[in-house]
Structure formats: C-alpha cells, structure tokens
Design a binder for this molecule. Structure first.
Ligand code: ZN
Length: 191
C-alpha cells in the first residue's frame, strides 16, 4: 500500500510557502511505513527541523486504477477522511534549495495520520465538503474541497497515468493555508 500525496493543491497554501501555483498536480509518495499506527501518539522525530502539521482530505482507492478517465474516476473510491501529512519543514526547505527530492522530509516513520473513514454516500454535498484542524483547541486550518486546484476525480485521472493505484492506496489531496509547527504536548483534533 502506498500514499500518493499532492502538493500545492490550494492556492493560498502555495502562497504562504512562497511556491508557484503549478499547472499540473505536484505528486510525491509516502511508503506504508509512514502511516502512524491507529491509537499511537506522534513523536516529533529528531531531524534537525521544525515538524509542521498539514490537514488534508484523504480518499482510499477501492479497486485497481490505471489510466482512468476523469469522468469515471468516481467509481474508484467511496470513502473519505481527514488526515495529517506531517512535514519536516526546514529539512524540506534545505532539500528544495539544493533541488533534491523531499522524501526524507515527508516520508519518515509516523509522517501520516488518518481519521475515521466516512462513506461518501453519507455526506450531504459531496464532492463539496469542509474540514478543520484544531491545535490545542484553536482553529488553525480550515479547508473546503471546492477550493482544491485539482479535485479528487482529476487527481485520480492524473495520478493513474503515472502510477497504478491499487486497492487500499491512499490519496492525500493537499493542505489549505494555515500550516505550522508542532511542539511536544500539542493536541490536534481533526473534523
Ligand atoms: Zn501535504
């Protein structure tokens, strides 16, 4: 199982990190070892870097997908949740400056968290939905799916041109503005 993650999928988040808004989705992959086991606390890794939270909508692939057309992409997923894409931000910045791959900053053990799955059929307005992240009871991120530069169906079409998606693969669809650093003892709540 792999986690396919999308970077810069909300214009305001690209802006806050002073990144260009890309014409095509920016993709990177986390291995399954990056997934924080259910019920485990997240430990800040010793990577000489601030660790940022990124709250994101996540969908799970239901059946193998390769070269899927956007208009058929909705047949390949039926559940959504909110997850966290933990990022070693300073390390990522150092790698970006040297034009090196970001994996070390994104794919370390525990660098991905998943909330509880929700059937799309139970969501009133899907594909429109909203999500929130609270840090120590303060609202820090608020996203709306309609603000994604590339929606889930287009992402599945695009991703499946490059990588075969297998049953159980996860797509992290990018984070809205408001990312920030974590300190020991911080408590995160996702809705
Ligand atoms: Zn992210």
């Amino acid at each position: 199982m792999k986690l396919v993650c999308v970077g810069r999928n909300y214009a305001k988040h690209a802006e806050e990190l002073r990144n260009e808004v890309p014409a095509e989705p920016v993709l990177f992959i986390k291995p399954d070892s990056a997934l924080l086991p259910p019920g485990h606390d997240f430990y800040l890794p010793d990577l000489d870097s601030a660790i940022h939270y990124e709250a994101e909508l996540v969908v799970r692939i239901d059946k193998p997908a390769k070269h899927v057309e956007e208009r058929f992409a909705h047949r390949y997923y039926s559940q959504v949740t909110v997850g966290l894409d933990f990022t070693a931000r300073d390390l990522q910045q150092r790698l970006k400056e040297k034009v090196l791959p970001w994996e070390k900053a994104k794919s370390f053990d525990g660098a991905a968290f998943l909330g509880a799955w929700q059937a799309l059929g139970e969501l009133k307005n899907w594909p429109q939905t909203s999500f929130q992240l609270f840090k120590n009871k303060t609202l820090v991120q608020q996203g709306k799916s309609e603000h994604m530069l590339h929606g889930v169906d287009r992402l599945i079409a695009y991703i499946s041109r490059f990588f075969t998606l297998k049953t159980g693969d996860l797509i992290f669809t990018g984070t809205p503005a408001g990312v920030g650093p974590l300190a020991i003892g911080d408590h995160l709540s996702l809705y």
